[in-house]
Unconditional design. Structure first.
Length: 264
């Protein structure tokens, strides 16, 4: 006999910060670190969170082509009341790790001088894990886990507007195809059906992730930029999964080429 109650989702995806290098010429470089958050608070007296860290690197091989590398780690805590089955409370802890590699093309839009276009693409791979701990109606404790490998393929067009040498805005539109594989779990078959975890490997999921990124710097620190970005994730596949939909990041960027020139 199952008890029907509020649905508590198991989120199997969370968007990472988008890497949009502000490059204009050969040997431009980017080393960036950012803190990311999804503005979590508390629920039913429990402190919840969803934060992480992003490391990004990029280098312009020539005047129009670049390569990049991203690393994203996320740590989340969510909570639910009635879970269906016999559970009356739960604390769900998530750990997500994803590495992305790729490259692409960049160029100034003809005769504009301030408008640039990018088209990047790449491959990502990592692992998502959740630990589900709670209490049933008989005051007994339960524990579950779910772990899956993740492979990501993406294409990322972007437009950059350079208002001045110290302030730029980028508008990126990333399209993602996501595959889940190598799943390990001790959820029962019925529990996987309840939490929409049973069909993860049946087909890839497709997301659209638009983002707005603002970069600014100061005359006295030309080799350092600061970045603020806001992005969302929207599932465009027909087959549904639960996922996080917002990413807010703030970070700093170091241009090694400019740093060397300043020292000279």
């Amino acid at each position: 006999m199952f008890v029907i109650g509020c649905y508590s989702p198991r989120h199997v995806y969370s968007p990472a910060a988008t890497n949009v290098p502000v490059f204009t010429k050969k040997a431009d470089s980017k080393l960036a670190a950012a803190y990311s958050n999804s503005a979590y608070g508390s629920k039913n007296g429990k402190k919840l969170y969803n934060f992480g860290f992003d490391a990004q690197a990029a280098y312009a091989l020539c005047s129009h082509w670049l390569v990049f590398l991203n690393q994203s780690n996320r740590y989340e805590k969510s909570s639910g009341n009635f879970q269906g089955f016999n559970y009356d409370s739960s604390t769900i802890l998530y750990k997500r790790r994803l590495t992305e590699i790729g490259g692409g093309y960049f160029n100034v839009v003809k005769d504009s001088g301030k408008l640039y276009f990018q088209l990047l693409g790449g491959l990502g791979f990592g692992k998502f894990k959740l630990d589900d701990n709670g209490k049933d109606f008989n005051s007994g404790f339960y524990s579950r886990y779910h772990q899956t490998g993740v492979t990501k393929l993406f294409i990322q067009p972007a437009i950059q507007i350079r208002y001045s040498k110290n302030f730029r805005s980028s508008f990126a539109s990333r399209f993602i195809i996501l595959w889940y594989h190598n799943i390990k779990t001790d959820y029962s078959v019925l529990e996987q059906q309840q939490y929409l975890l049973d069909g993860l490997t049946s087909s890839p999921r497709t997301f659209w992730e638009p983002a707005v990124i603002n970069n600014f710097s100061f005359n006295k620190l030309p080799a350092v930029q600061f970045e603020l970005q806001f992005g969302i994730a929207a599932l465009i596949s027909k087959r549904f999964i639960d996922y996080r939909s917002v990413n807010i990041s703030v970070g700093a960027i170091l241009d090694i080429n400019k740093l060397k020139n300043n020292r000279k």
